[in-house]
Ligand binder design. Sequence first.
Ligand code: C5P
Length: 404
Amino acid sequence: MYRLTGKRILLGVTGGIAAYKSATLIRLLRQHGADVRVVMTRNACEFITPLTLQALSAQPVHTDLLDLETESAMGHIELARWADLVLVAPASANFVARHVNGFAEDLLSTLCLATSAPVMLAPAMNQQMWLNSATQENFEKIKARGITILGPASGDQACGENGPGRMLEPEDIVPFVADSFVTNVLSGSRLLVTAGPTREAIDPVRYISNRSSGRMGYAVAMAAIEAGAEVSLVSGPVNITAPDRANLVNVTTAMEMYDAVMQKIRDTDIFISAAAVADYSVESIAAQKIKKSDDSFQLMLKKNPDILAEVAALHSPPFTVGFAAETENLAVNAQSKLRSKKLDMIAANQVGEALGFDSETNALTVFWGAEQKQLERASKNTLAKTLIKLIADQYNEKNSNKTH
Ligand code: C5P
């Protein structure tokens, strides 16, 4: 079983006889846990029907760039941001030639330009077309741009010829896809991630909480596992599934989160505080359900410990990363938290209507020292992967400075 749980794969299908293999590819990717959405070029629809791929992916198949109905549901830019990986299989000679030149005249070529996710292509074409120097030069150019080329294989071709140009078999593509999510930038390090909201009880049936879904923290935990780290995840109440290789500790209140973090912090190299911890809890929780009586009602709150600030203030703290969800003055507020809480790094995101907490995508500005980096809007998995790389770079740099 390859680990593709929750990975969002945008499968592009272009026109070629190998398009029939896309059907098996979708089934395999889904069997390994991936969430697959399909985009077909017009020519691909001549080889295999959108209905077939729709049934196999269990999602609407996208074919048109300017389709009012799909644009209002999931438009082309949303689709590009949704993807953790764009896989074009089969990729025809024509598609690659257009992509090399940056054409965006149909949905798939537009998505390939608009996405910040990695792109992989599995070429499929007649052997003479593959060997043609125009095609070879095109593939060299896109390889140099960081696109991964899978195959092609050599052998009998549908046209009756024999040679290179066959699309790799779906079962040979899936391991490459799974491998693409694995890095080793954090191998051997121990990470502690907090995620989700906390709940502060008012009485036995009511509580104070916030809109955090936990998705960003869970994506960070997953990306850290894929980067080779040993990950503990201290999570508030959420409705999502934790990565199966994380050591999960479930908590409800900020105080429970504080205790769980402090218990593990001595064995932690990197602490990432993605939880939306309640700043206050109720001073005295009512033993029985509070009855409504007067027109107004007052709750006395007391301040919770700032877990992140306390971790950063430890005698020998781990590399400490905070999040700052802001509705205004993002950069100023985030930089001031970086300094006041004495953090190594802070990832700031704008929250508000349809942004941040509940949303599938996010954008972050990351600050450390006097530096900053903008991570453009993308799926939370893609962002988490970039963030983990950034954290690993700074963590390694700090460690190498310490040892020199
Ligand atoms: O100060 P503010 O709450 O905006 O800071 C946000 C950062 O601090 C987040 O990383 C959050 O996880 C952390 N935090 C914490 N304990 C609190 C409040 C916030 O660890 N009580």
